[in-house]
Design a protein around this ligand. Structure first.
Ligand code: ADP
Ligand code: MG
Length: 546
């Protein structure tokens, strides 16, 4: 498939400039093919994987079509979800940066309709929305589509899956006959073809071929393990590859919640994203993930569709997807913009194995079986990591006071060799427990995982923070379900133990429990005074997190 530079596409200077600002140089294959055809005024059916730049493929021709002197809605984009509507509107706004006086608005459920109605009272040239909410505005006559020049159905297959068919058709009937209709869809099932037949005029099919579907920069593999081992195996892979941003896919909403909780109990910052979340909750989770404040996002296929987060280092198929196309969509969330990525799947029986073979047949890629690192391999890795850290510490200096301690230990009858060996044992022993069934495992994080968190450079907290040697991490038996806030925990612990709040460090609150760091000096005080007493009228227990 041909690929052009943006300068080779005959675009207005305003769009050229905006595209340059966005850092685009080469148009993606779908853009190279679709933009000229759309500029000529044809209807288009575009088929390409997520992350291939479809938004600009229709967004650029759409903007070229708009005359800002017309005070009417000239283009309408339908998207399956609120996130996508917001993301597409944002991308179009960026592309329109130098087109003076253009108005772009996202309309979607979950946001106050009155706010949108007020915005629509002024001329909005481009409306981007979910079919349900667009219909709502049409019913209220707060949106007029009679002057439309272009309609875009983005992720049309997903909109059909979500039951928007009637709304989509009704909306298209509101648009004038003389218009351009653009449809993008990752898949081309029969209902899509029916839709294009009914609503498009002599459409040109532009398809990014299958061989380009899976990205060669993604390392793919699978693990044949027991269901109960999945979370632990992911934990090991996180450690092994030093992963910071990951997507974990499950097939049901309920499963995303369960799996999220498993990760939280292992001490990770994990959150679920699925269709049941309210709009602001979803935005909140997504922006925390983008910032890296959430490291593991556990998602269903629908919730993750089109979510565009850079730097996702790995995708885990906790459940294998129900069909091969979804596999491609899922793993396409990593290895974006030329970066490398990893995609690992779990196979737990013959059914799964058959599904995996289907995926291989569809993608024409062999997915190799992976083996968990042996004890020795993990030890070697941990050793080389420790060596690096030690070199840094030595380089930084300021270790004289510890050197002085060596003499104290010698005085206690511990020689240098014994001291070093025992310290190494302390460091390595907790890491060397092989993957076990989750039920056998403590719900607390072990040193290994705390180490992992430290590497993330978390900054919140009071005077002291994670990673300082004089802080100890405690497990507290109350969490979000108890409506406990960080303030409640600081207030409760400092009050009960009679210590200053500056001696309390990082706090992580999860659904049913929390972790809190306190200065080691006050450990005994905190354990004895807080344990069994009440914080915010909840009886709490507190223990050292292992
Ligand atoms: P899709 O709709 O196909 O899933 P998007 O339109 O959301 O893909 O684009 C994915 C990402 O790629 C976005 O961050 C977008 O800004 C970026 N992008 C799009 N086109 C280009 C390009 N030609 N060069 C570089 N990045 C691009
Ligand atoms: Mg898209």
């Amino acid at each position: 498939m041909k690929q052009l530079n943006f300068t080779e596409l005959s675009l207005s200077s305003e769009i050229q400039k905006a595209v340059g600002d966005m850092g685009f140089v080469e148009a993606t294959p779908i853009q190279s093919e679709a933009i000229p055809v759309l500029l000529e005024g044809h209807d288009v059916i575009g088929q390409a994987q997520t992350g291939t730049g479809k938004t600009a493929a229709f967004g650029i021709p759409l903007l070229e079509l708009i005359d800002t002197r017309d005070k009417v809605t000239s283009a309408l984009v339908m998207c399956p979800t609120r996130e996508l509507a917001v993301q597409v509107a944002q991308e179009i706004k960026k592309l329109a940066k130098y087109k003076k006086g253009i108005a772009v608005l996202a309309v979607y459920g979950g946001e106050q309709i009155q706010k949108q109605i007020n915005a629509l009272k002024r001329a909005v040239h481009v409306v981007v929305g979910t079919p349900g909410r667009i219909m709502d505005h049409l019913d209220r006559k707060t949106l007029d589509l009679s002057e439309l020049k272009m309609v875009v159905l983005d992720e049309a297959d997903e909109m059909l899956n979500m039951g928007f068919r009637e709304d989509m058709e009704a909306i298209l009937k509101h648009a004038p006959k003389e218009r351009q209709t653009v449809l993008f869809s990752a898949t081309m099932p029969k209902p899509i073809l029916e839709l294009t037949k009914k609503f498009q005029h002599d459409p040109k099919l532009i398809k990014v071929t299958k061989s380009e579907l899976t990205v060669s920069s993604i390392e793919q593999g699978y693990y044949d393990i027991k269901v109960s081992q999945k979370a632990d195996v992911i934990a090991q892979l996180i450690e092994q590859h030093g992963l910071k941003l990951m997507l974990v896919f499950c097939n049901t909403k309920r499963k995303t919640d369960e799996v999220t909780e498993q990760f939280q109990q292992l001490g990770y910052k994990a959150e679920a994203i699925h269709g049941d979340l309210r709009q602001n909750q979803r935005n909140n989770v997504l922006s925390r993930f983008k910032r890296g404040d959430v490291n593991i996002l556990v998602a269903t296929d629908v919730a993750a569709r089109g979510i565009d987060v850079e730097n996702v280092e790995a995708v885990f198929n906790f459940d294998l997807p129900l069909d091969a196309e979804n596999y491609v969509h899922r793993i396409g969330r990593t290895g974006r913009a030329g970066k490398s990525g990893r995609a690992y799947s779990f196979v737990t029986g013959r059914n799964d194995m058959a599904k995996l073979r289907d995926i291989e047949a569809y993608t024409k890629v062999k997915i190799e079986r992976q083996h968990l690192p042996s004890g020795k391999e993990r030890m070697d890795l941990a050793k080389s990591k420790l060596a690096t850290r030690l070199k840094v510490l030595i380089e930084e200096g300021d270790i004289d006071k510890y050197e002085a301690m060596i003499a104290d230990f010698k005085h206690e009858g511990i020689n240098l060799h014994q001291l070093t060996s025992a310290l190494l044992k302390m460091h390595f022993a907790p890491m060397m427990t092989p993957v076990k069934e989750i039920s056998e495992r403590s719900t607390r994080r072990d040193d290994n995982e705390r180490e992992h968190d430290r590497g993330k450079g978390r900054k919140q907290g009071r005077g002291k923070h994670s990673g300082e040697a004089n802080m100890v991490r405690l497990f507290l038996s109350v969490g979000k379900k108890d409506k406990i806030s960080k303030g409640d925990i600081v207030g409760g612990i400092s009050g009960l133990a009679g210590i200053d709040s500056s001696n309390i460090g990082v706090i992580d609150i999860y659904d049913k429990f929390s972790f809190v760091e306190v200065d080691t000096h006050f450990l005994n005080k905190v354990l004895s005074k807080v344990n069994g007493n009440k914080i915010k009228s909840r009886k709490v227990s507190v223990e050292i997190a292992r």
